[in-house]
Design a binder for this molecule. Structure first.
Ligand SMILES: [Zn+2]
Length: 256
């Protein structure tokens, strides 16, 4: 008997200890991450305000801000990924534990060989730490970073490789409607007033001011995109703040 006293790697968790399992959580860093993001954004706006032309002697600094911002996005994605995996593992392990028999002398070997296929949370967790996590390429501030060299002194310039504007152009198989005569309009297509809080549709990538959207959505939960020739059906959940347009407007005001 003494020679067999090897403990199985994984044992079912008893219902008494479930609450311990549920106490295992990741620290919530979202507040710290968003504070760090804001301070990076403030630094960019500070540079935009102090230099009317793209400051070629400050490129390193701008690149550093961009890479720090990307690190934060990566951290955010990792946090989200690990949180969802942790929840998944906890419920899987709980379920498996209730399905598995209690450990006794007869099934000891079966547990040693993990014949009940119990998830080894510790091992899985270590494995997850080294997994690569993609950053959100459609993050609105990433667009701003890519656009900076173009819009620094001319906020109406078109960005050649903007993922939103390129996608929109591809979907319509023609030129982007927002772009007329080679410039980006800084006015809302509905109110024809300068954008105050521009919102971009993630479905068709058209930008409409929040105020116009609010009045459009008073007529119903879904609307047709008011940009002529688009007509995509959109709900309020299809819109996110268009940071790039916001920065364009800000630059236009700074350069006036
Ligand atoms: Zn549209």
């Amino acid at each position: 008997m003494t020679s067999r006293l090897v403990l199985p790697d994984v044992l079912p968790i008893t219902s008494k200890r479930h609450d311990i399992l549920h106490q295992i959580t990741l620290p919530d860093l979202s507040r710290e991450i968003s504070a760090a993001k804001s301070s990076i954004q403030d630094s960019v706006i500070g540079l935009l305000s102090s230099y009317p032309k793209y400051p070629t002697d400050r490129v390193d600094e701008i690149n550093e801000l961009e890479s720090a911002y990307k690190d934060l996005l990566r951290m955010e994605s990792r946090q989200k990924f690990l949180n969802s995996k942790l929840t998944e593992m906890k419920s899987k392990y709980t379920q498996q534990s209730s399905d598995a028999p209690r450990l006794n002398r007869e099934n000891w070997d079966s547990f040693l060989n993990n014949e009940y296929n119990l998830i080894n949370v510790r091992k899985e967790w270590i494995k997850l730490q080294s997994e690569e996590v993609e950053i959100d390429k459609k993050d609105q501030w990433l667009r701003v970073f890519c656009a900076l060299p173009y819009i620094w002194s001319d906020p109406t310039r078109i960005i050649p490789n903007d993922p939103f504007e390129t996608d929109a152009a591809q979907e319509e198989e023609g030129e982007d409607i927002k772009v007329e005569g080679g410039v980006v309009e800084l006015t809302c297509p509905v109110s024809v007033k300068k954008f105050q809080s521009p919102m971009i549709s993630v479905k068709c990538h058209h930008t409409i001011d929040n105020e116009s959207l609010q009045s459009l959505f008073q007529q119903g939960k879904s609307i047709q995109c008011p940009v002529s020739g688009c007509n995509k059906t959109l709900t309020s959940r299809d819109f996110v703040p268009d940071r790039l347009m916001h920065i364009r407007v800000l630059i236009s005001e700074l350069r006036e």
